[in-house]
Design a protein around this ligand. Structure first.
Ligand code: SF4
Length: 335
């Protein structure tokens, strides 16, 4: 679907009232997932978004392409699990010429899809893996699929996707004893590992600060086995990085809660049901699906997006006593 007449000029109009210019859009392709991670959703899953509310592929591509005329030049496809979307390869093909494209996936079907995604224009991938132990994987995800994740990591590197990044969430008393092993695994596999502090975004609203493993604790555990040297220049990247044993390999830590990086945030989110979220922790959203289906012009849609961004909150507020977890859970927002 080509853009309607009257498309706006290509300047970064996605600047909020705190002076942050936004260029990175996270797009949730679905809220469904093939795993049931304990820190994300209950074992029985969730009441999924109604199918009529989900953006059709032409609608999704139209909105994403519209944001590229406003300043977005990087897009990450997320979920739920984005590779569950049957036409994910054609979505990649439709967007790859306009933006730097990546995907965050649980890796379960990457073994099968990596070559096709690469051929469609995907260049990089983030794969979630929280443990190297099969029994623990079953416990943490309620699925016995660790071998599929390993196969997905191998397929991603074989397909030439680069960088291949691994995302790990450590939970106290669950998998926090695996930090060193996970980094060794990543170094051996030639991929880049980032540890992410657990955030209050689970559907059960069961997050407890005391159960979260902090960035300081992660770095201390790693320093028992490796020499870590800070990498200068973080920019708007969520991860702080350290050279491992003098480098060039590095490890990343995303201290969302204890080391917030909201001051340089350049990220926006589009949900699978067409809502624009200016922050992962936003408690309000801007509906783009309704106006789009009602025939709004690209200029009207662009104005909705620009206005929403202007009003973006300064940060997540997790450390404020007034903090309230957003009603929408992680699986329906995307990473
Ligand atoms: S919490 Fe919100 S403001 Fe902070 S970095 Fe994440 S998306 Fe940006």
């Amino acid at each position: 679907m080509s853009l309607r007449p009257g498309t706006v000029a290509r300047v970064n109009r996605l600047v909020d009232r705190h002076g942050r210019a936004h260029r990175d859009l996270r797009v949730s392709l679905t809220d469904r997932c093939s795993l049931r991670c304990t820190y994300c959703m209950p074992a029985e899953g969730l009441p999924w978004l109604p199918a009529p509310d989900l953006l059709t592929t032409p609608e999704l591509i139209h909105l994403v392409r519209l944001t590229t005329t406003l300043g977005i030049d990087e897009v990450r496809l997320t979920g739920g699990e984005p590779l569950l979307r049957p036409d994910v390869v054609s979505i990649v093909a439709a967007l790859a010429d306009a933006v730097e494209l990546s995907v965050t996936t649980n890796g379960l079907v990457l073994d099968r899809l990596a070559p096709a995604l690469r051929d469609a224009g995907l260049t990089r991938v983030n794969i979630s893996i929280d443990t190297l132990r099969r029994d623990r994987f079953k416990e943490m995800t309620r699925r016995d699929r660790l071998d599929d994740v390993f196969a997905g990591i191998t397929a991603a590197t074989r397909a030439g996707l680069h960088p291949v990044k691994l995302n790990t969430v450590l939970m106290r008393g669950v998998n926090d004893d695996e930090a060193v092993d996970l980094l060794r695994f990543a170094l051996d596999a030639g991929v880049h590992l980032r540890f992410i502090e657990q955030m209050p975004l689970d559907a059960q609203h069961g997050w407890r600060r005391t159960e979260m493993v902090t960035a300081d604790e992660i770095l201390s555990a790693l320093s028992d086995a490796f020499t870590l040297t800070p990498v200068a220049g973080r920019g708007s990247a969520p991860a702080e990085r350290w050279y491992v044993d003098g480098g060039p390999e590095t490890v990343g830590v995303i201290g969302s809660v204890t080391r917030p990086f909201c001051g340089n945030c350049d990220r926006l989110r589009l949900t699978a049901d067409g809502q624009l979220r200016t922050c992962l922790f936003a408690r309000t959203e801007t509906d783009l699906r309704g106006p789009l289906r009602a025939g709004a012009s690209d200029r009207e849609l662009a104005d909705l997006i620009v206005t929403a961004v202007l009003g973006k909150q300064p940060g997540h507020g997790i450390n404020d006593p007034t903090f309230l977890q957003p009603p929408r859970s992680m699986s329906a927002i995307g990473g």
